[in-house]
Design a protein around this ligand. Structure first.
Ligand code: BGC
Length: 742
């Protein structure tokens, strides 16, 4: 062999070897080269996902089927547990079947952005909380939200998102409300459904959770929720029904709690009867992490996959149960079919994710856009906002680390902050109970908007010093926060850490006080009469400070409206004390209450949030649907088309600034429904130039008009007169008309 021949051979070999090391040695299975598919008829894209799944199932051995219905353990969540070689550092991993060309599944937490960026120094955009984003009432924005998550997971090489929380705000102190979409089932379901469609649009599998009635974190693994079926279907389950119909998600995650005596992940009624039969859900039911409690019962009652998989119900014991006939093979095939058909439907087999670099700039812009639609102006006395040049000569910024960043939500929804916690930088990912601030600095953004003003900061720990700073400034902006996270609820609606006293002191020192709230859910505001402005910012995401500055300085007109009612205090709630809280020390261990207990939701039934307040004649602090603007709108001319079940009305911008009004339509059902409250039935974001009018025609949501008939197990449209009202919020509906149903 000549030197050149030898050299070429050597180079070729080293290229092949080098390529193998780089490409196959470090990438997850689904990012590897595709296997030879010529002998795999299920790779024919002309077939339906169900046909393709059937063809695969037909080829599979019992062991391969069992392999797909459980995860590989806690892995990266519980160091030093082993992390499967082919996984991509997500909360869960299902091993693929390489010989059949079926990739593994990385089930990635991503409620408000992808979790676990710190592993392998990845980057993820922190979006506003989903509760915040729900204040936009904007399905397009929700779709964008999901597509950011899908896009970034895909860039990580990850093929499944397990966000999609849609539990309604039945318990306003629930630690996870920030991961959900508010108290109204139709609004929450519509937004979450569109969000998951956005994930799916990126060829990443989607999920909706926590099914169902996981409405509080206190004792979440032992709490037994009681609620009659009619009320259940018209409230919590309705949010799932609407979102599942829109998104057709790959998976639904069953929750930790029990419903009427059975754990959600082995609850025949919830899983088989409702989800699979009534909702016609075609994807798979995945257990929440450690929420599987049996083998045969779970398998027969509808659970399809155990996660994270080392509780050992769906591996060897399931194989034994199938071999012994306690679980029919057909049922195991159905479990596997559901997983496979969802993989084909999402495109993760045909178009697997390929690792690229996440685009942080695009993500930040998207997050800021969503935040600008999410911020809700709750109070604006004397038009203190937008800030005028004179008032902004000197601005005091007080509290909540507003010099460096904005707060994020914790638990499994925690996104790792670039550069670490802005309030306390240190190496590594985010701890479960830490309060993580993202580097979006209100102080710097205010300075940028007001370059000639003196913008000074006090951290608020020293209340007297903060009041002093406020006194020597034209305007005082106090940032208050309510850190929330999975595994624990807020004990009360009050702001923690003496922050009410801080607001009181600042507002005494300076009458021009504006409060900006960074919170996971509704909070009480005992100082509301003393301050001129209140701005609800939620957890606003990585573009939060920019969005806030744009709103406070008037570059963006606020348009968000509350997706939850703000009670004055706990005494107004159906459960003044969080059920099960007695005897449990508040804190991260709240979820681990050992003794099982019931929470009886029949007291309020389907009357969640504004329905409860209306039916019990209580005046909340801020009603559902409420939010101010820098302009004003007038509503007129409501008419109803009985045949089409649509409404028609006009909204006019009577102010001097362009704005977007979220117009809302409610219906009260005929007397036979025996309901003393109204239901949200339609809404629309209407963008209006100053002086402009627009006519709006909207269909009434069919499930807002019907009652659930348990005898017939179906939705029933009652004949009679429906009171239709429209206006700017649930408590302000100036337009009235009647819908007649024969
Ligand atoms: C949470 C889920 C999450 C899972 C995996 C559980 O504690 O309830 O929402 O997806 O952990 O991290």
């Amino acid at each position: 062999m000549s030197f050149w021949q030898q050299f070429k051979r050597f180079s070729a070999l080293s290229i092949v070897v080098g390529f193998a090391v780089v490409s196959f040695g470090s990438l997850p299975a689904h990012a590897q080269a595709k296997p030879d598919t010529s002998k795999m008829p299920w790779m024919n894209k002309a077939l339906s996902p169900d046909e393709r799944a059937d063809l695969v199932v037909h080829e599979m051995t019992l062991d391969e089927k069992i392999q797909m219905v459980h995860g590989t353990g806690w892995g990266v969540l519980r160091p030093p547990d082993p992390v499967p070689a082919k996984s991509n550092f997500a909360a869960g991993y299902m091993e693929g079947i390489e010989r059949l060309g079926i990739p593994g599944i990385d089930l990635a937490d991503s409620a408000v952005g992808a979790r676990m960026a710190a592993y392998q120094s990845r980057y993820a955009t922190l979006l506003p909380s989903t509760l915040g984003a729900a204040s936009s009432w904007d399905p397009d924005s929700a779709f964008l939200y999901g597509s950011v998550i899908g896009r970034e997971l895909r860039a990580w090489g990850t093929n499944m998102s397990i966000g999609g929380g849609v539990n309604i705000t039945r318990e306003p102190r629930n630690g996870r409300n920030f991961e959900y979409a508010g108290e109204d089932p139709i609004l929450a379901g519509t937004l979450t459904g569109n969000l998951e469609k956005g994930v799916f649009s990126q060829h990443v599998m989607s999920d909706i959770k926590h099914y169902a009635l996981n409405d509080q974190e206190t004792g979440r693994t032992v709490v037994n929720a009681l609620l009659d079926k009619k009320a259940l279907r018209e409230s919590d389950m309705l949010a799932f029904e609407v979102s599942i119909a829109i998104a057709e998600p790959s998976a639904v995650m069953c929750s930790y709690n029990l419903y009427e005596g059975d754990h959600a992940c082995e609850n025949d009624y919830l899983l088989n009867e409702v989800l699979k039969k009534d909702f016609k859900f075609k994807g798979w039911v995945v257990s929440d992490w450690g929420a599987t409690h049996s083998t045969v019962k779970s398998a027969l009652n509808g659970l399809d996959q155990e996660m994270p998989g080392d509780e050992n119900y769906f591996n060897a014991p399931l194989k034994k149960a199938v071999e012994g006939g306690q679980v029919p093979t057909a049922r195991l095939d159905d479990m596997v079919h559901r997983i496979l058909r969802s993989m084909f439907a999402a495109g993760v087999v045909d178009d697997p994710p390929v690792r690229t670099v996440v685009d942080p700039f695009r993500g930040r812009d998207n997050a800021q856009h969503i935040a600008e639609e999410s911020i809700v102006l709750l109070k604006n006395s004397d038009h203190i906002l937008p800030l005028k040049a004179s008032a902004s000569n000197s601005i005091a910024i007080i509290g909540s680390h507003a010099d460096v960043g904005v707060l994020s939500g914790g638990g499994s929804a925690q996104v790792d902050a670039p550069g670490g916690n802005a309030a306390d930088p240190k190496a590594g990912g985010s701890g479960w109970t830490e309060h993580i601030y993202f580097p979006s600095s209100p102080l710097k953004n205010f300075q940028a908007h007001s370059p000639h003003a003196s913008v000074r900061y006090a951290n608020g720990a020293d209340v007297a010093a903060a009041a002093q700073l406020a006194k020597s400034s034209a305007v005082a902006i106090v940032f208050v926060n309510q850190p929330m996270q999975e595994g624990m609820d807020a004990v009360t609606l009050s702001l923690p850490d003496n922050q009410d006293a801080l607001v009181e002191a600042v507002s005494k020192a300076n009458p021009n006080t504006i409060v900006v709230i960074e919170n996971g859910g509704p909070v009480s505001m005992p100082w509301i009469q003393q301050v001129k402005g209140v701005v609800e910012m939620w957890y606003p995401g990585i573009g939060g400070a920019q969005a806030l500055a744009n709103i406070l300085f008037g570059d963006v007109n606020p348009s968000g409206k509350l997706p939850v009612t703000f009670a004055k205090d706990e005494s107004q709630l159906p459960h003044p004390v969080v059920p099960g809280l007695e005897g449990v020390p508040p804190g991260p261990n709240q979820e681990h209450k050992v003794a099982p207990f019931d929470v009886n939701y029949n007291s309020e039934g389907a009357r969640v949030g504004y329905k409860w307040f209306e039916s019990t004649n209580k005046q909340p602090l801020f009603p559902f649907g409420f939010g101010l603007s820098y302009t004003t709108y007038v509503y007129s001319g409501l008419t109803v088309d009985d045949a089409k079940r649509t409404v028609h009305f006009t909204v006019r911008n009577t102010g001097k600034q362009e704005g977007t009004e979220i117009a809302q339509v409610y219906v009260a059902l005929p007397a036979a429904a025996k309901e003393n409250y109204k239901r949200l039935a339609a809404w629309q974001r209407v963008k209006l130039a100053p002086g402009e009018s627009k006519e709006v025609t909207l269909p009434l949501h069919p499930l807002s008009l019907t009652v659930f008939n348990t005898d017939q197990n179906g939705w029933q449209l009652l004949s009679g007169e429906y009171n239709v009202t429209a206006g700017p919020s649930s408590s302000d509906t100036p337009l009235k008309a009647t819908l007649h149903v024969q």
